[in-house]
Design a protein around this ligand. Sequence first.
Ligand code: F6R
Length: 266
Amino acid sequence: MEVIVTKTYEDMSALAARMIAQQILHKPSSVLGLATGSTPVGTYKELIRLHKNQGLDFSKVTTFNLDEYVGLPPTHNQSYRYFMDQNLFNHVNVPSASIHVPYGHAESVLDFCEWYEAEIQRFGGIDLQILGIGGDGHIAFNEPGSSLGSRTRLKTLTEETIEDNKRFFGPGEEVPRFAITMGVGTILEAKKIVMIANGKKKAEIIAEAIEGPVSSQVSASALQLHRHVVVILDQEAGSKLKRADYYKWVYEQKAKLMPNLIGKAT
Ligand code: F6R
């Protein structure tokens, strides 16, 4: 695992975007796994800038998103599809036929989940997966207790998450209780994973996920089993890491001697 602690949210976002851009330059037909939430907004902004100012080309890229609420149409302003349209897809040239976000209105969620897994395989698997991390260590909607081998499936949201989400919905509007999410096992099959986190609120769980034991109680800890993970943090999110000095040292040595190796080591 390569851990990079940057100074600010903007630095974290710029570095994550650079890694995605490098992936696309290296393989224009890359399959990207994408996340929603507040963390990747800056990364997507930077990708849009690279597209507009430097011609970063998404025309051959295929995308698969991690998760979606069940019961929300893609046009609902709280659906993850809507989020992705607003924050990335509407501003870059990824063809709409190449975009995959779990479909929250599928007639049979079970069939849909199987299809989603097969579709990822049909495109040759995910080349680069972007992840955020929840306060309880979840990745995608894999709440604590999710099997480390889990696949794309229907997940019942915790009461805490439902309560938390209420503020985004109008009065009388039903808050989703279920989501479709890639499993931890699905995520671990990505060829490369970049996890990003910022802010003090993430410091404790980041330290647990990176330096604690691998456990289904902290889904993100499963990333320790993957051979190519880069974790990019801002200073606050990295503030509880015991080996922070070592990660910094590694990064500085690489930056000095082999700048093009940053993000390539395991
Ligand atoms: C979203 C997702 C979630 C978020 C996590 C962090 O697609 O998969 O696991 O990455 O909940 O959310 P933020 O970034 O809002 O702190």
